[in-house]
Design a protein. Structure first.
Lengths: 285, 473
């Protein structure tokens, strides 16, 4: 059992939970994730370790409610608990000390790129960050990103906040101005990561992306997290989650992420129905 | 003192009706009644040279135990059994007896061998019903600490044997439940999970600490188990690793699984109860499973139970070469599994939504025997044909898990990534580190993993008292 120390709303459907997991923080490095199971009969889902607090022996999870499990977890109150937290899993980000890195986060991806930006800074590197959201409310962790960046550009698709446009628009502007990066790290929805890779490929800027396939064990046993990278089969939980973005087969990954769409939708409908009944019974609606 | 031969055939195992059971995850084989067990035991002719014992990797005193069953002394039989075998209820169910103990049985030369596995299962189940505990006296604490990585049959055996000797043992398990393949791989209809849970619980009663959700190589490295946590010896029993896929087009289509994933979703995550449980699986109307071992048989019978109208097994050799237990192949046939033999996939075909539509296969013929002694399949040119399916499950073996190897630089592995260990002692070339089970041999059997665990426990005990391992170093 892992106690939830706090649960705060960062954006609509996006929560940050601080969860006790002392066995995880000991060795955790930027880029790594945990696998969480909220309850008996619950699914095992991977979540990035967004931050650590050694004093409390706790990790931060920033979770977007997209389906049954993530919505269930986001509703757990401080003082509640998660049944299982396994980790740290995956290979840590490879960070060259003193490098200059452009960290691009789209939507929930900002929570994945934030610990990487912290890692770059702590190794004497410099970070320029681009944080995007569809609209103002969906931009998360801006203050945290500013804190570790020499420059932080915010973009929104609808122009409700920061620069109007996509994160790639901001990236193109930076590169066209002559900014030089040793590397771009991009994390967000697949179309965004693919678009970033298209921008950097022609300009020869090495680009790392963090992939989010469906996982089960996270230990290299089931093979469910396989993706094609540079024509080779890779297993994201043990070989990743970060890969050379210019080599990733995004189409294959996108297709595999749709595998359970119908079942997921059914599970969510049922979850919502049960949840509404429960609220009704407790007189909260 | 050899007795006269009586009944020539094995007493049949009562099984649930094939049609009914092919829709249910309840156990198929029901087990002998006491009368059946006594009748079967009395078929044993008590051979003087006792050849059956040599066929058992943990050397159960089979003639004595069988005679005790025959005499109705079930408690005595249980004591004989449990003094050698930690997990008799499991081995009685899943050992490939026809290749092991029963292969050596004298009666088997002309008639059916004595049903040693079935008797073993009967006695273990009887003892559980009576609430008998395994012989589990624990010696005075020695003060030595040992870490065991992995809670499959190898790890469980090492842990039990060392705990009996008074050592303090911690088992680190990556998943949220202990048991290894016994929990995530072998389905409920063949090995009820309550039996595995009972054996794990017995270990805990002996004072073994089981830490689930601990991935060694990540949460702690092997070196940290020594330096930070103060263990004096480490046993690696992490089982086989990443599943193999053949190099054919279409592997990333939706509906393609490894058997490990398919079975883990169903067994460990209870996907067969979705949406009551949260882990989904694709339930095709037509499912093809590729392979001929126990894993393939478990996957294809699981597909049937998940509602497939056609559950098809595709194997590249002929039926006699199938490595699966004979009983499982028979059960699969009775349940209406379709066998396509002497065929191998060449491509998986998808529809416009990236879902599996069909599997393309080519016919094979058997050529001369290969290194394993089995006749190797050779493709027949121009023999390709398509089978319409929605799900394809590959059960064609697995490699070694990279996590421990990659984080333990001085651990030696062979060219396939399996840990090099002395077959007699499990000692590796790294001081204080022992290994056994599938991570050393590649995919093998439950009882051979237990045998390796038993030998390693003996060597670890010796190492702790003398600090000098047999074998390497
Ligand atoms: C290495 C890694 C790190 C991640 N980090 C974060 C994070 O920090 N914050 C965050 O909000 N999300 C993160 N994710 C994604 C998160 O795991 C999924 O959103 C979650 O599993 C969805 O579960 P659900 O039941 O709520 O939704 P579902 O209804 O099950 O699924 C919604 C969508 O999520 C994806 N998904 C479903 N099951 C899984 C699974 N077992 N593993 C991965 N994806 C799945 C599918 O694309 C699906 O269409 C990460 C994924 C990976 C692989
Ligand atoms: C579907 C299937 C059916 C089978 N049927 C039969 C049968 O009928 N009869 C038979 O005799 N054999 C059968 N086998 C083979 C048999 O199950 C294996 O040979 C046996 O389980 C191997 O035991 P083990 O202890 O070496 O490893 P496993 O049982 O594989 O257990 C290893 C454990 O270690 C854990 N682990 C792995 N890496 C780490 C890590 N880094 N840190 C912590 N823990 C870790 C794993 O999660 C797992 O729980 C079958 C196998 C499968 C897959
Ligand atoms: S443990 Fe297996 S091999 Fe040994 S006697 Fe029992 S069934 Fe036979
Ligand atoms: S070989 Fe068969 S008949 Fe002979 S003692 Fe063993 S079990 Fe009995
Ligand atoms: S999640 Fe199972 S191998 Fe990666």
């Amino acid at each position: 059992m892992h106690r939830i120390l706090s649960n705060e709303v960062l954006a609509p459907d996006v929560h940050r939970l601080w969860v006790e997991a002392p066995h995880v923080i000991r060795k955790r490095r930027p880029g790594q994730f945990v696998i969480v199971r909220a309850s008996e009969d619950g699914e095992r889902i991977p979540l990035t370790i967004a931050d650590v607090d050694p004093a409390r022996g706790a990790i931060a999870l920033v979770i977007q409610g997209v389906g049954k499990t993530t919505m269930f977890i986001n509703e757990l109150p401080a003082g509640g608990s998660l049944l299982d937290v396994v980790g740290p899993l995956g290979r840590p980000t490879r960070i060259e000390p003193g490098s200059r890195v452009c960290c691009v986060g789209g939507g929930i991806g900002t929570a994945v790129v934030y610990p990487i930006a912290c890692g770059v800074k702590s190794l004497g590197g410099r970070v320029v960050s681009i944080v995007g959201g569809r609209t103002r409310d969906l931009v998360i962790l801006e203050a945290e990103m500013r804190h570790v960046s020499e420059q932080c550009i915010v973009t929104t698709d609808d122009g409700s906040y920061g620069m109007k446009g996509l994160v790639t628009d901001a990236l193109v502007e930076l590169l066209d101005k002559g900014e030089v990066f040793d590397e771009v790290v991009a994390v967000g929805p697949l179309p965004m990561m693919r678009a970033v890779c298209d921008v950097t490929r022609s300009r020869n800027v090495p680009t790392i992306v963090s992939l989010n396939p469906v996982m089960v064990d996270g230990t290299g046993m089931c093979g469910g997290c396989r993706v094609q990278v540079g024509g080779e089969q890779k297993f994201v939980c043990v070989d990743g989650p970060e890969f050379d973005g210019h080599q990733v087969d995004f189409d294959g990954l996108a297709a595999r992420l749709r595998a359970y769409r119908e079942q997921e939708a059914a599970a969510l409908v049922q979850f919502r129905r049960d949840h509404d009944l429960e609220c009704e019974a407790m007189g909260t609606v | 003192m050899a007795k006269k031969i009586g009944q020539k055939t094995k007493t049949p195992m009562p099984c649930r009706d094939a049609v009914e059971r092919s829709h249910s995850f309840d156990e198929v084989a029901q087990g002998y009644t006491a009368e059946m067990a006594i009748a079967e035991a009395n078929r044993c002719i008590d051979c003087k040279n006792r050849p059956c014992i040599a066929g058992c990797p943990v050397e159960i005193d089979i003639p004595t135990f069988v005679a005790q069953v025959g005499a109705g002394d079930f408690e005595g039989a249980y004591r004989t059994l449990s003094s050698k075998n930690l997990l008799p209820a499991i081995c009685g169910r899943v050992c490939p007896q026809e290749d092991q103990c029963e292969a050596e049985c004298t009666l088997g030369v002309k008639f059916d061998a004595v049903g040693i596995g079935r008797l073993e299962r009967f006695i273990a189940d009887w003892a559980a019903e009576q609430g008998l505990e395994p012989v589990a006296e624990v010696a005075e604490p020695t003060g030595h600490k040992v870490a065991v990585i992995g809670s499959g049959p190898a790890g469980l055996t090492v842990a039990a044997d060392l705990a009996r000797l008074g050592h303090q043992v911690t088992v680190f398990e990556a998943l949220h439940k202990a048991g290894g393949v016994l929990i995530y791989g072998i389905p409920e209809f063949r090995l009820p999970k309550s039996i595995v849970a009972r054996e794990v619980h017995a270990l805990e009663r002996m004072g073994v600490e089981i830490k689930t959700n601990h991935v060694i190589g990540r949460t702690f490295t092997v070196d940290e188990l020594f330096s930070e946590l103060g263990y004096e010896a480490v046993f690696i029993g992490t089982g086989a690793g990443l599943p193999h896929f053949p190099k054919i087009p279409g592997l990333n289509l939706i509906g393609v699984y490894s058997a490990n994933e398919y079975l883990t979703r169903s067994n460990l995550m209870k996907g067969y109860r979705f949406p009551e449980s949260d882990t989904p699986m694709i339930r095709g109307r037509r499912v093809a499973v590729i392979g001929g071992g126990n894993t393939a048989m478990d996957a294809v019978r699981t597909a049937k139970r998940l509602g497939a109208e056609d559950a098809i097994l595709i194997y590249r050799r002929s039926r006699v070469e199938m490595p699966a237990r004979a009983e499982e192949v028979e059960h699969a046939e009775e349940e209406g599994i379709e066998f396509i033999l002497l065929a191998a996939p060449t491509a998986i075909l998808g529809d416009d939504r990236s879902r599996v539509r069909a599997i393309r296969c080519e016919r094979m013929e058997l050529g001369p025997p290969d290194a394993s002694g089995r006749r190797s399949p050779v493709p027949i040119p121009g023999s390709e044909f398509d089978i319409e399916v929605e799900v394809v499950v590959f059960a064609v073996g697995q490699g070694a898990n990279p996590l421990i190897r990659d984080t333990t630089p001085d651990l030696h592995v062979n060219k396939w990534g399996y840990v090099k260990a002395d077959p007699q002692t499990g000692a590796t070339e790294k001081r204080g580190v022992f290994a056994g089970g599938d991570i050393v041999t590649g995919g093998a059997t439950v009882i051979s993993a237990m045998g390796a665990g038993r030998r390693a426990a003996r060597a670890i005990d010796k190492y702790l008292s003398t600090q000098s391992p047999d074998g390497f170093a």
